[in-house]
Structure formats: structure tokens, C-alpha cells
Design a protein around this ligand. Structure first.
Ligand code: AMP
Ligand code: MN
Ligand code: MN
Length: 362
């Protein structure tokens, strides 16, 4: 069996093995862990009559794509569904072409007593922003996520760090709910998959196969990704020239691991969207002399959102999730972040100290 996600392979599994099917289908299965969690998640979703699906604050394509795909699948089953995120007040511009946005409701319109709250791509309760109160008011909550740092803040959890994106878990659940993939659902899943795998650089064979299924179902890669990855206002070029021109390389950090970093203050980012600011790390991380890249984005007089990326080195590399975790944030091994209060220079000192510390023994 190669395509572990396809309905065809499910049919081959047959009814006799259906009860244990999840264990054979999921290569990332942890005995007694993921498989039971997956089945529980499917059962909760199959039963819920009113569901609120929430992504993390400042949703990316994985968070919103997961929420919309799941929302549309549940709607197709006759479930009352809302999709929401606490911030910003409107859908980020680059994600406004995703199908199913009519499911998104403003924070003030969120049903606070749904039968089921589902969080998608949310690593910790703080990442729900003001909507974390739903954890107390919803009858039950289900956390679907792929962050290794997930704090298991709900009632039920489907957390699989082996999944390259949350949409991978959502695709499996949609299959198990027997909802056919239509073009709209597929586009949302594709958006999350392509972005979280950094355009399929970090995707196993089965994930490329899922992508093929999504395209076959009607997702159009160039159309889906153009607004998300390939569109910036002209002012972006000027911002890049200033920010990249002031980037700093310190190859000695972390016993030779190397750090490249840049800061974007609020004067420099004025008039630009979050999308423009978030694009900087992908250029910075290409610097060959550094395994770790950091971008410090000013969000207030004394507050900075810090993005960290680590280069893979012969299947290995620095775990920036550990670095971010030590500094109060979280994320993935190769992509993580944290919020810093204070000066940008101090934030860099903290990163350097953490890199020096974590690389001391190796
Ligand atoms: P970003 O650099 O904003 O694209 O974030 C990369 C990853 O780091 C995301 O998957 C987030 O889960 C995580 N992350 C970023 N910022 C924070 C934060 N302030 N707190 C916790 N996790 C974060
Ligand atoms: Mn995300
Ligand atoms: Mn994700």
C-alpha cells in the first residue's frame, strides 16, 4: 500500500479490518497513542451538531486552510459550523481567495457554547488569543495540531509532530468522515500543505501523494499560491533593500553554527502587511554562512515578534523550537518563534546565549 490517504486504499483495507484500520493506515502511529486519538477525533467530529473551529492568532495558510477545509467538510454533513480566529479582525489579505470564507465569523459573533470546539494548528492556549475562553465554555474541546511543543490544553488531542502540516491530519479526518474531497476543500488543504512544507521541501512521499490527490480533486497550485506566496506591493522591495542591507551575520555563534539576523522596526514596516514582514525570514535563511536565521519584527514600543529558522545539515541541525521554547515561545524544529519585551539587541543576546548553550556539548 503506498497511498495511505486515498479512499481507494481504504477500500482495499475492507470492512473486516476497518476497526483497526487507523493503525495500519497511519505510518506515524504511536501504539495506543495517535491511533486512538485519531479515532476519538473522528468520533467527536462525526457526532458534533454545532462546532466552532479556531485557528491560531494571525492565522497562516495551514491554520486557516485547516479550519476552512474541516468547516466545509462538516457543513457538508449538515453540521452547524463557525470558523474563527482572535486576531486580526479580518482575514489576512493573502488568504482572502481561499474558498469557504463565508464560514468565518468575527470574534463577537462566535457561539460561546458549541457542542465542540476544535482548535487547528494551535500549539498552546495563548495562541488562541481572546478566544481561549471557549476552552471553558464549549461543551468539549478537540485539539488538532502538529507542533511538537503542543501543551495539550484541551479535553481531547490529536497531536502528531510527524505530520508536516495540520492539513495532513485534517485530510485524514475528512476521509474518515466519508466526505469526498471537492475542489474547494482541496484548495484549502493544498494551501496549508504547500506553505508548511516550504513548497514541499519538507514532505515525505505520502505527503507528495496527498498533494497529487488534492490537485486531482481540483486544487490549482499556481492559483492557490499566487496570492499567498507570489504577490507583494511595490513597497515591499524598498523595505527588503533596507532590512536586508542591514542584516548582520555572526558565523561564530553557537560554536560555529552561525546566526544571521535582521530587524524590522515599525517605521520600516509602516504601510506594509504582515505578509511582507513574514517574507523576510525566507530570504535571510538562505545565507550559507549561518545555520540559524532570526527576524525581529517590532509589534509595539517595546515588543518584538521573533521568527527563527534553522538550516538542515546532513539530516540534522539546530532545534530552534527548543531555543524559542527557552525564550517563552514555541514552534517546530526548523521554524519557531517567540515574543520579546525589551530592546532588539537584548533579544539577539538571548538568542545567542541560547544557541551557545544548546550547542555547548555537541
Ligand atoms: P513564524 O516565524 O511566525 O512563521 O512562526 C514559526 C512557528 O513558530 C509557527 O509554527 C509558530 O507555531 C511558532 N511561533 C511563532 N511565534 C510564536 C510565539 N510568539 N509563541 C509560540 N509559538 C510561536
Ligand atoms: Mn501555523
Ligand atoms: Mn502548521
Amino acid at each position: 500500500m503506498t497511498d495511505l490517504h486515498s479512499p481507494a486504499s481504504r477500500r482495499r483495507v475492507g470492512t473486516a479490518r476497518r476497526a483497526t484500520g487507523a493503525a495500519t493506515r497511519s505510518p506515524a502511529a504511536v501504539p495506543g497513542g495517535l491511533t486512538a486519538a485519531h479515532r476519538r477525533a473522528r468520533d467527536l467530529l462525526a457526532r458534533g451538531r454545532s462546532v466552532v473551529v479556531v485557528g491560531h492568532v494571525h492565522p497562516d495558510a495551514d491554520a486557516l486552510g485547516s479550519a476552512l477545509a474541516l468547516g466545509m467538510a462538516l457543513r457538508a454533513r449538515g453540521v452547524r459550523v463557525q470558523v474563527a480566529f482572535a486576531e486580526p479582525a479580518t482575514v489576512p489579505e493573502s488568504l482572502r481567495e481561499l474558498p469557504g470564507l463565508e464560514l468565518v465569523v468575527p470574534v463577537t459573533a462566535v457561539d460561546h457554547r458549541p457542542e465542540l470546539l476544535v482548535t487547528v494548528d494551535v500549539g498552546s492556549a495563548e495562541r488562541l488569543g481572546s478566544l481561549r475562553t471557549l476552552l471553558d465554555t464549549a461543551r468539549q474541546s478537540l485539539v488538532i495540531d502538529h507542533h511538537a511543543s503542543n501543551t495539550r490544553f484541551g479535553d481531547h488531542h490529536l497531536v502528531d509532530p510527524a505530520a508536516e502540516a495540520t492539513v495532513v491530519l485534517i485530510a485524514r479526518l475528512i476521509d474518515d468522515l466519508d466526505v469526498p474531497l471537492d475542489a474547494a476543500i482541496a484548495a484549502n488543504l493544498y494551501a496549508g500543505l504547500a506553505t508548511d512544507t516550504v513548497a514541499f521541501r519538507y514532505a515525505e512521499a505520502r505527503t507528495h501523494q496527498l498533494a497529487a490527490r488534492l490537485v486531482a480533486a481540483g486544487a490549482r497550485p499556481a492559483e492557490v499560491l499566487r496570492p499567498i506566496l507570489d504577490t507583494h506591493p511595490f513597497g515591499w522591495l524598498d523595505m527588503l533593500s533596507r532590512v536586508l542591507g542591514n542584516a548582520v551575520l555572526d558565523p561564530g555563534v553557537g560554536h560555529g553554527v552561525g546566526l544571521v539576523y535582521a530587524t524590522i522596526d515599525q517605521v520600516t514596516s509602516a504601510g506594509l502587511r504582515q505578509e511582507e514582514l513574514d517574507s523576510v525570514i525566507d530570504l535571510l535563511r538562505t545565507a550559507a554562512e549561518a545555520q540559524v536565521a532570526a527576524v525581529l519584527k517590532q509589534t509595539g514600543p517595546q515588543t518584538w515578534q521573533v521568527s527563527l529558522r534553522a538550516r538542515e545539515v546532513r539530516g540534522n541541525g539546530v532545534d530552534v523550537a527548543a531555543v524559542a521554547g527557552a525564550l517563552g515561545g514555541g514552534g517546530h524544529v526548523r521554524a519557531a518563534g517567540f515574543t520579546h519585551t525589551g530592546s532588539p539587541g537584548r533579544a539577539v543576546e538571548l538568542i545567542v546565549a541560547e544557541l551557545d548553550r544548546t550547542t555547548a556539548s555537541g
